[in-house]
Design a protein around this ligand. Sequence first.
Ligand code: GLC
Length: 495
Amino acid sequence: MSSAVLEEAEQIAREFEYPAAEVERGVREYIREMDEGLRQEGTTLSQIPTYVTSVPNGTEKGLYLAVDLGGTNFRVCSIDLHGDTTFSLTQSKMLIPRELMASGSSKDLFHFLARQIEAFLRIHHNEHFEAHERRRLQGTAEEELFDLGFTFSFPVRQMGINKGTLIRWTKGFNIPDAVGHDVCALLQSALDELGLPVRVAALVNDTVGTLMARSYTSPGETGTFLGAIFGTGTNGAYVEKLDKITKLATIEHSDYDKSTGEMIVNAEWGSFDNHLSVLPNTHYDQQLDAESNNPGWQMFEKRVSGMFLGEILRRVLLHMYVNDFSDFLKVGASDVVVPENSNLYRQWGVDTSFLSLAESDKSPNMEQTKTALKDHFKIENVSDRDCQAIKIVVHAIGKRAARLSAVPLAAVLISTNKLQSEDLVDIGVDGSLVEFYPNFEGYLRDALREVPEVGVAGEKKIRIGISKDGSGVGAALIALVASKEKAKVKAQQAL
Ligand code: GLC
């Protein structure tokens, strides 16, 4: 089926190829940036120490609270860890009022969060709540506090397991007076003002939560080595040797348990290679970055994660459509037009779920794709040929993202020597791309095998499993680790 439109699509698809030699070059550079990030602060890969120094093995027990502030919703949950790799979770979710996200003071926001936690405790843990109230009013007896894990998905400079200052807001939040402040302390004082029986025990990145949740629930004895998100954003956290995190000596931080000799590091790999020494950089990538609200930042994330793949595709399709020499969306059905109010003209107007849908559409006439084009972009009567062209570029963009995702994984495995020292390496993942994009893991694994130090034998040792609820159960597990470590450090100090 030769046609100029299909050839054009194939040609654009070739611009998105990411061959084995490039994967390897990416891995070399990632290892370099990784080491640099372990030695000093302010590097392109942040390599943030989390002060979490052990991973769970499934026997952990207890009732913990967790809250998640990261997007448009605020989630409060309590998690009962049963100690046998299972747990039960009770949760409530609410929309964050827009005025609190962008115009209020940090006091208003954290007061709102504390109020939601109070309402949750009253509904789901009323007995505990009232007993605490009685003791508080009588000024009697020891307080029994809930330990809470705080999943806060914004860049922070972490100084302890429950201590970290906000570097900058993202994702539509903008409350300037919080920047530079310890977000755990802000939440704690709002909780204290309401007299709630809650201690903010841990500050949690979603990748660290994913790693912990997977380690608790994963089958067998093996602890999880790495947690990664391939969703709206992309990032990963892994277990590093303490003595390799030499910058710890230069950061003022709280005490932590050093007995395991390890610590989970939050790589913030969305910012891998911001200076573009190895990342692919098509014309579409360049345009997307230039018109984003943070040009030059999160350059890896902008090529890999869900928030951006739709926008890359939008730019490709628009390029083909406005090209006078191309028949794309023009000939064959004279009434095909992209109306002025189509989302194809709107920045961020294409959702990544459209890529998943087009990639998985196996029907001969691509009916699902046609319906989506009509529903989401008001584009009607698209020919089979144009749908095929869309599928060709979708496939190229998605496959490049999956192959790029192999770069940090291979680099971390090589740098930590994991594939040599272990028979099985467990990785927990979460996010819409890895969950819903057809064959994302397959393409990622193909690229992993092409890296000589991984190869077929190494790739076979890697077990990848979806780990749901990192921000709930993972945060609870970190709150548990934090309270245990607090007790241990106290005991060590008493010696
Ligand atoms: C962004 C955030 C990072 C988070 C990731 C996945 O990259 O900076 O902290 O882990 O998105 O949600």
